[in-house]
Write a protein that binds this ligand. Structure first.
Ligand code: UDP
Ligand code: MG
Length: 136
């Protein structure tokens, strides 16, 4: 059964002109693009999106970075989309991410790691609603 997930390309990918390369990899792994939205978040919007991390020491720096350039928000669809996207992304820190993963190949450091993917069905619901309210 097909499943939807939410994915976001982060500002560091736009900064280095590697957005197309990342989209190519996502497509090549069988994900279909269901919706896309190109945005430049305000710091307040980034704070809302990452609200679950509000007590972490990296929260302020993360939200500042996420509002410093454009992002591409996407709904992707395929079988097992949530887990498969997380696997294709690799773990948060590009240095620790498995070879061949997007973060290992393109990420700069634990903050500037090029891509976000929802981690659970609950996150998918929240994150799709956050960016695509009334659209899909
Ligand atoms: N992050 C950061 N410093 C850290 C850990 C995370 O700036 O020490 C950023 C990074 O961009 C990460 C995001 O915060 O992708 C959300 O963190 P989370 O632990 O949810 O990682 P993810 O689910 O994105 O792998
Ligand atoms: Mg997370």
């Amino acid at each position: 059964m097909k499943e939807k997930t939410f994915c976001l390309i982060k500002p560091d990918a736009f900064e280095r002109n590697i957005v197309g390369k990342i989209l190519d990899i996502i497509e090549a792994h069988g994900f279909q693009f269901v919706a896309m939205r190109f945005l430049h978040l305000s710091e307040t919007e980034a704070e809302q999106f990452y609200i679950i991390h509000k007590d972490k020491d990296f929260y302020h720096g993360l939200c500042k970075y996420m509002s410093e350039g454009p992002v591409l928000c996407m709904v992707l669809e395929k079988e097992n989309a949530i887990a498969d996207l997380r696997k294709l992304m690799g773990v948060t820190d590009p240095d620790k991410a498995e070879k061949g993963t997007i973060r290992n190949e393109f990420g700069i450091d634990i903050r500037h790691n090029s891509i976000h993917g929802s981690d659970s069905p609950e996150s998918v619901k929240r994150e799709i609603t956050f960016f695509f309210k009334g659209v899909i």
